[in-house]
Design a protein around this ligand. Sequence first.
Ligand SMILES: Nc1ncnc2c1ncn2[C@@H]1O[C@H](COP(=O)(O)OP(=O)(O)OP(=O)(O)O)[C@@H](O)[C@H]1O
Ligand SMILES: Nc1ncnc2c1ncn2[C@@H]1O[C@H](COP(=O)(O)OP(=O)(O)OP(=O)(O)O)[C@@H](O)[C@H]1O
Ligand SMILES: [Mg+2]
Ligand SMILES: [Mg+2]
Lengths: 223, 223
Amino acid sequence: LLQFQDVSKSYHRGTEEIHALRHVSCTIEDGEFVVVTGPSGSGKSTLLHVAAGLDKPDGGKVTFRGTDVFQFGSRKRARFRRRNIGFVFQFFNLVPTLNAVQNVSLPMLLDGIGKTEADKRAEDLLVQLGMESRLHHKPNEMSGGQMQRVAVARALIADPPVILADEPTGNLDSEAGAEVLAVLKDAAANRGAAVVLVTHDPEAAQIGDRRIAIHDGNILAAV
Amino acid sequence: LLQFQDVSKSYHRGTEEIHALRHVSCTIEDGEFVVVTGPSGSGKSTLLHVAAGLDKPDGGKVTFRGTDVFQFGSRKRARFRRRNIGFVFQFFNLVPTLNAVQNVSLPMLLDGIGKTEADKRAEDLLVQLGMESRLHHKPNEMSGGQMQRVAVARALIADPPVILADEPTGNLDSEAGAEVLAVLKDAAANRGAAVVLVTHDPEAAQIGDRRIAIHDGNILAAV
Ligand SMILES: Nc1ncnc2c1ncn2[C@@H]1O[C@H](COP(=O)(O)OP(=O)(O)OP(=O)(O)O)[C@@H](O)[C@H]1O
Ligand SMILES: Nc1ncnc2c1ncn2[C@@H]1O[C@H](COP(=O)(O)OP(=O)(O)OP(=O)(O)O)[C@@H](O)[C@H]1O
Ligand SMILES: [Mg+2]
Ligand SMILES: [Mg+2]
């Protein structure tokens, strides 16, 4: 479903070159739940951004169902991303002027789903994540972990075939964290989504089918 | 050193009243390391913001060495905070236009310490936290956990008597997280700082002298 073929990505600062990803190859199938772990700064967020077509690699190819994600221009890539990828950002990227339900329902509205249905599904998901008392709060009226759960719900609402979750439990206690992992696991197990979970939490790392360890831009193991 | 006397804080949204803190009383002494745990949304960040004089309570009193923190106007309170409190924010609050060393040295420069000395201390602290290869990167050239470590270093650099750390390891792997906990523990043990660590990490919760559990704005236990 989603494949990296010898993908490399560097950042340049003056004369310095930082190799964020080095010759990364891996394949993720429908319904698979892959956990990515590695030290802070090792390239995990970069991996997810390249997978989503947000960051262009310097070498190699990223394909989705065989199609090169970066053959499209940025507008077409954005539409591809909206339809196929649910992304839980490490720092959420919520719309500050919208409340929880509005933030979560946005992907469905953009897909042309009616407001009534989109809002209903947004509320159901938020309630599943323990957010029933905060449905109409805006981001600046929420705690860190509440914002994180809104970001998780937004990534899942349109039932995308690929879900990329960047440390989605970093601001959550064990109970709220377990709810997040449950909805991610359910997406893979019951709706056939390919899920890539980046996490520092050793407990969360247990729930995948397979684990990829990344270190200094290199994939060390695909277990 | 730092004392809450029957502190309450509410937010009002239309007719709804959210009790973020309910009649909280506690005392923290010099050199004490207190860990605060509790579910997402239970009031931990609010507790720290009120302790730092950033958020005014609706009831009760916060004192620092016997002085009411909120008797000052906001400008004088800001100066009090800069001199006495090192705050690691849940979402860092770094200056986007400054690099790591510049962000960390800022509190010392504001205190009138010379640039050479401030930069040296900033670098030492950053190296201690594994940041030696990222000293001159700006926030948008760093990973999430790298930004978090810069925020930690900034809170510690001026050796403040009170350190308030809001989930300072949420974006860190276990090794980088252990480095953060070590510098916090050292500040309490060897420099007499009163440290309040808010964390969701059960491992981190072990390192305090005392633990406070908060639930729906109530302090449940001061163990
Ligand atoms: N614009 C940039 N310029 C230079 N270096 C960068 C830039 N953006 C990221 N980096 C570096 O690339 C490396 C990989 O970053 P990435 O955000 O993928 O790490 P990560 O594994 O997600 O870390 P964390 O667990 O801390 O979130 C980091 O070491 C970071 O400093
Ligand atoms: N401006 C606001 N208006 C209404 N409610 C608010 C506002 N700011 C915070 N809250 C609510 O106050 C409660 C306490 O928030 P706080 O940020 O202290 O929680 P927390 O314990 O730090 O949570 P987390 O672990 O998720 O960071 C939350 O339930 C939040 O929704
Ligand atoms: Mg990251
Ligand atoms: Mg918080």
